[in-house]
Structures are given as structure tokens and as C-alpha cells.
Design a protein around this ligand. Structure first.
Ligand SMILES: [Zn+2]
Length: 663
């Protein structure tokens, strides 16, 4: 297994045998839906602003669950001792979001949209939607919980992978696997959380405009077995959601969590991945990470280190006993901060054990210390085990080893900062090493540029949901289900099949699937006998190009488009003229196709008229041999302005010339 350089492109996956690893992955997609108001109050949804009218500060503390236990994730958040500051804009927040008044009745329009989406995912629809509270103690929701409701369960969508795990091979094959079903565990409707503005040391700031906006959550089963499959499934889910026309678009409207595990590993959640193309590399690196952590567990076991047998000793490093030259430590001493060392026998060589490309086990430990002890200026630890980012000067290493009585095989880790944070930090160092004796800890991780991930928080326990006593359930009547089912949009897989039936290429069918010109495409297709691929290229590529050139192709009416294709159908215009015509017309509304073509000299010439133009162009070429590149150049010349001369006929003539030349 040779991982590649982390500086490599963010879309490349690691070359691993994913089948042998037992790679499994599932998706949790959170997508905001289009409503006017928030889910449980009457504040407007989607009104984002950086204006601040007031600030509110809160602290979080954990409470016992119904079963009399603390949730590990909740305890972790408590350990961080964060001050949470909410920035309020009076246009977009009321007393409900700030937990000062109980919720208003749930927005029924949001429930309708959620029901529609649940049906598209083939879910069984609930008879009553009960509101539950999902514990959220990172401060992103002031109440400490999110109101959420299930509207559908046990769904499935048809899925065709282009990357079946080739047996024995390591790369995704190019053959298409047979269609199978991806199970949908549940479909939920819930409130969005705050937007984080900053998180430094013990203070985190949030904006509250997004808080309470309705979003739906789609949870798939862990049935994806190759990194590229994960992206394909993500794309399909996104297509289904967008096919409703009732989800929000743009940055921040969709957040996707990816769950990854390998055989012997644990479910690890990579949170908030913004873009689907980033999935494959992220999940491939996570699979590698789990494999490397399992190898590390075996190595610890081989050395006789277990969760209970792990030894350590803690040593203070006061200014009067040691003089540090390493700038971070020198400055810590100057500022009167605590510097402490923890000596751990038997783990020499393991802190630079690679767990992700270019990231070591020391990074795993540093991530925990960063988040939980809030020692967040990196590097936040030094150790005596390697000569990298976390290393001390050699003479300091020696001094530290002497002071702590380190023997061969021991490693000393040094932390600095405020007294209590250092204590928290040392506990986290030890906790993370103990976890390494067990394998892969259950946690959520943040995606970083380059495809690697960093610790975010411990995975919440199973008891983070409890009933919400403030809100009555919504009864979902059979009449309501029928009304929504009767007007469901056509699902993307059926649209795709219909499009392919016209001979449209896969790539164009994929783009036409959710295009606003989908209906227009069919109208034109039915009215003319033109090729589906040519129609689609105009409606997708030429429109996109016109937009890129600053035009407004959306102002061109459906009638105008139909006229364009009618002109093409009866030969009054050539296809070569279309991109430029669309570009010009999208800038000048009012002008019709034929008058633009006339003015720009783009009307088709009769063969008698274009033949001499081609001949004279060919005569210029007599002294050089015809090469492909020359032909392309010549074709370009003959298309100025485009549309006068039929490109295909001329291309055939030129190809003939090449053949003659080569005889
Ligand atoms: Zn409100």
C-alpha cells in the first residue's frame, strides 16, 4: 500500500483494494427546502445578513439522559468550556430561536415538501409526524437540541454503479454493474443550525439567520462499496432532490455527511462535505486511515500495551528548571504559562506512524487536544519521537528526556497553555493513546483541503433523541398523501430512460435531466425531426456559453426557441450559426433570428456560391501537405462568419483532399 502525496489533486483516490478492506459507506444529505418561513416560527427563511442588532452569550452544560447517563459527545462539549456568543439580526430571528418562547405550529408547507421528497425516495409515509429533540451541544443551536421529525422510513432508489469493486483489482472498473437498490433508512424534516462565524480558544460566535430554517435529511444504508460509487450515489440523491424544484440552491444550502467503515474498523462520520466531487478522495483516505489505525492497534498489542496496562508519568517543566529555545515554548514561559510533559513507555516510533498521507498518529493526538482542550494554535504539542512539525531542538529533547527519566523506548509529549487546559490536554493525549489500543475511535471528522480529515468531535451516543413535549404531532391523512402522490414529479431515472430513448448521449441526458429546458426539449423534439443530441447541445452548451459571455439567454422565449429550430429544420439556417446567433440574441432582445443572421452574413449560401470560397481557400494550401491541424485551421477560416457554408460537406471535401494527397 503506497499512499500518494497529499498535495495531489483533491479528486484522486488512493490505490487500495477496497473490496479486500471491506469498505462500506453511507450518506446523510441535509438539504434546505424552499419555504418562506422558518420551521417553527414566522421568521423569514433565507434572509442572510451580516448586520448585528444584538448579542447574546450562553454556556452549555450536559444533563443526564433518560437512562441516567451522560452522552459522551455532550460531555466532550462541556469539557471545552466554551463561551457561546450569538449575533442577532432582528429581521431574521425572534424569541423562539433564542429559546425564550415555545415553538409555533410546524410549517405545513415544509411538511408537504418533506412528504413529497419522502415519496420520491420510495419511503413508507408515517401516519403521524412526531417532533423529537436531538441533542446538539456544540452551541450551534441555543436550545441545546434540534427539533426534528421523521416523515418517511424504509425507502429505496434504483442505482447503477459504474464502479463495481473489481474482484482482485484495485481500481474501479469501467463496466456498468447491474441496477440495484440503495436503501433509504429514513427521511427527516428538521431545523437548520446557526452559521459559525469564528471559533478561537474558549469563544465561539454564531450568526442566527440560518437557525430554524427547514431542511430535509436523507439517510442511506451503508451499501456503497467503492469511493467513486459514493460520489455517484450523492449525485443521484441530489438529482432527486432538485427534480422537485423545491430545494434551495447555492452555497450552504446542502451539507453532506459521509459515513465510512472498513472491516474491523468503526463508523466514522466526515461532516459537512460541501461538494460531491470531493467524496471519493475523502472516503478513500478515511479507509486508509482506519486500516493504518488497525495496524497500529496490532503493533501496540505486539508490544504488550493495552488500554489498562498503559503507563505514564506527568512532569512539570517550570522556567527555573529548563530553558527552551523552541520559539513556542520560549514564549509560553515568558507569558507565565504552564508547560507539562507526559512520559509514556514503550511507544517509541509510533507517534510518526502514518495514518493519512502526510499525517501521523501525532496529528490524531494533536487534533483531540486542539478541539477538547481548546489549545488551538498549531502545532499544539511537541514530542521526542521524530524530527518533524512536532519536534524540539535536539539538546531540548535530551534535556526533557533526562528530566522525565525517559528510557529507551519511551516517548515524552509536551503541552503548554493555561493550567486547566494543559490538564485537559494531557488527559486527551492519554485517552487517544488508550483508544489506539482498541483500533478506530467513533468520531466525526472535518474534511480538509487535499482530502485528509481532522478530528471534530466524538460521535454522539444513541440516546441523543427524546420526545418534544412542546409540539403536537402532525396527522398525515390518506387524503394528504394522495394529493401529494398524484402530483409527484417524474423521478430522474425515468426521465433519463426517456431521454436515452431519443438517442441522446449519456452526458447530455444527465444534463438535460434537470434542465429548466427539459419540457422545451420534448416540444421541439416532437415538432421537428432534428437530432436529439443537436437540440440538447443548443439548449445546454450554447445557452451556457451565451451566459458566460454576459448574455441573458433566459430572456429568449419558448416560442423564439421553437422558431430557431423550425428555421434549422427547413434549412433557412445552418447549425454552425447557432452558437453565435444565441449569443447575439441573448444580448439583444427584440431582434429575431433571421434578421440577426442576415445582418451578420450568417445565412446559408447556395452551393454555387460557397464552392468558389472553398476552392480559393484550398488553393492557398497547395504548397503544403494537408495535415489534420491544417484542416482544422482551414475549417475555422471558412466559418467566419459561421453558418454560410455547411461544415460537414466541406469537411468531407477536405478529407478527400487529404486522401488524394497521400496517394
Ligand atoms: Zn423566529
Amino acid at each position: 500500500m503506497t499512499p500518494d502525496d497529499p498535495a495531489n489533486n483533491p479528486y484522486r483516490i488512493l490505490d487500495l483494494d477496497y473490496q479486500a478492506l471491506g469498505f462500506r459507506c453511507g450518506l446523510e444529505v441535509h438539504h434546505q427546502i424552499l419555504t418562506e418561513r422558518k420551521l417553527f416560527c414566522h421568521c423569514p427563511a433565507g434572509l442572510y445578513s451580516t448586520k448585528v442588532d444584538a448579542e447574546v452569550m450562553r454556556h452549555m452544560r450536559p444533563t443526564l439522559s433518560e437512562l441516567g447517563e451522560y452522552d459522551p459527545c455532550a460531555l466532550m462539549e462541556f469539557k471545552t468550556k466554551k463561551e457561546i456568543v450569538y449575533l442577532l439580526n432582528k429581521e431574521s430571528v425572534c424569541t423562539y430561536e433564542m429559546d425564550d418562547t415555545p415553538p409555533f405550529p410546524i410549517d405545513q408547507k415544509a411538511v408537504d415538501i418533506a412528504l413529497e421528497i419522502a415519496m420520491l425516495f420510495g419511503c413508507q409515509i408515517v401516519g403521524e409526524a412526531h417532533i423529537a429533540r436531538k441533542q446538539y451541544l456544540d452551541g450551534s443551536i441555543p436550545t441545546g437540541f434540534q427539533r426534528t421529525t421523521l416523515v418517511g422510513v424504509s425507502g429505496s432508489i434504483p442505482f447503477t454503479s459504474h464502479f463495481p469493486p473489481a474482484s482482485g483489482g484495485t481500481k474501479g472498473g469501467s463496466t456498468t454493474a447491474p441496477e440495484r437498490q440503495i436503501g433509504i433508512i429514513q427521511l427527516g424534516l428538521e431545523e437548520d443550525a446557526c452559521r459559525e462565524v469564528s471559533d478561537m480558544r474558549h469563544e465561539v460566535q454564531f450568526r442566527t439567520d440560518r437557525l430554524g430554517m427547514p431542511l430535509i435529511e436523507v439517510v442511506t444504508e451503508s451499501v456503497l462499496h467503492h469511493p467513486y460509487e459514493v460520489a455517484e450515489a450523492g449525485k443521484l440523491i441530489s438529482q432527486i432532490l432538485r427534480s422537485t424544484g423545491k430545494v434551495r440552491r447555492g452555497i450552504g444550502s446542502v451539507r453532506q455527511d459521509v459515513n465510512v467503515s472498513v472491516t474491523g474498523g468503526t463508523r466514522v462520520e466526515i461532516k459537512g462535505v460541501p461538494r460531491i466531487p470531493l467524496f471519493p478522495r475523502l472516503v478513500s483516505i478515511e479507509a486508509y486511515r482506519q486500516k493504518r489505525l488497525l495496524d497500529l492497534r496490532d503493533e501496540l498489542k505486539r508490544r504488550g500495551i493495552t488500554e489498562t496496562s498503559l503507563e505514564f508519568s506527568i512532569h512539570e517543566m517550570p522556567a527555573e528548571r529548563i530553558h527552551f529555545r523552541t520559539p513556542k515554548l520560549a514564549s509560553a514561559l515568558e507569558r507565565g504559562m504552564r508547560i507539562a510533559a507526559v512520559r509514556i513507555p514503550g511507544i517509541q516510533g509510533l507517534l510518526h506512524w502514518e495514518v493519512q498521507p502526510g499525517r501521523t498518529f501525532a496529528h490524531e493526538i494533536a487534533g483531540r487536544v486542539r478541539v477538547i482542550a481548546c489549545l488551538d494554535e498549531m502545532p499544539n504539542l511537541f514530542h521526542t519521537d521524530t524530527d518533524g512539525e512536532f519536534s524540539l531542538f535536539p539538546e531540548e529533547q535530551t534535556a526533557v528526556r533526562v528530566m522525565t527519566g525517559a528510557k529507551n523506548g519511551d516517548v515524552v509529549i509536551i503541552l503548554w497553555g493555561p493550567d486547566e487546559d494543559v490538564t485537559t490536554g494531557i488527559n486527551e493525549v492519554l485517552a487517544r493513546i488508550r483508544e489506539a489500543t482498541q483500533g478506530v475511535p467513533s468520531e466525526t471528522r472535518q474534511a480538509r483541503k487535499g482530502g485528509w480529515t481532522d478530528f471534530e468531535r466524538l460521535l454522539p451516543g444513541p440516546n441523543r433523541m427524546y420526545p418534544d413535549t412542546d409540539t403536537p404531532p402532525t396527522i398525515v391523512t390518506p387524503e394528504r398523501v394522495k394529493r401529494i402522490r398524484d402530483s409527484l414529479p417524474e423521478p430522474p431515472w425515468s426521465r433519463r430512460e426517456r431521454l436515452r430513448g431519443t438517442g441522446l448521449s449519456d452526458a447530455l441526458a444527465d444534463q438535460m435531466l434537470l434542465s429548466p429546458f427539459f419540457d422545451l426539449f420534448w416540444n421541439i423534439r416532437n415538432e421537428t425531426k432534428l437530432s436529439a443530441n443537436r437540440i440538447a447541445r443548443v439548449l445546454i452548451q450554447d445557452i451556457r456559453a451565451a451566459r458566460r459571455h454576459g448574455g441573458h439567454p433566459d430572456r429568449i422565449t419558448d416560442d423564439a426557441w421553437r422558431k430557431l429550430f423550425a428555421h434549422l429544420q427547413c434549412g433557412e439556417l445552418n447549425w454552425e450559426a447557432v452558437p453565435q446567433l444565441v449569443r447575439i440574441r441573448s444580448r439583444r432582445s427584440g431582434a429575431d433570428w433571421m434578421s440577426i443572421a442576415t445582418k451578420q452574413q450568417m445565412l446559408p449560401l447556395a452551393e454555387n456560391d460557397w464552392q468558389p470560397i472553398v476552392d480559393s481557400a484550398l488553393n492557398l494550401q497547395t504548397r503544403t501537405k494537408f495535415k489534420e491541424s491544417r484542416i482544422r485551421w482551414l475549417m475555422g477560416q471558412l466559418q467566419r462568419p459561421p453558418g454560410r457554408i455547411p461544415a460537414q460537406r466541406v469537411a468531407e471535401l477536405l478529407a478527400q483532399k487529404v486522401r488524394d494527397n497521400h496517394v
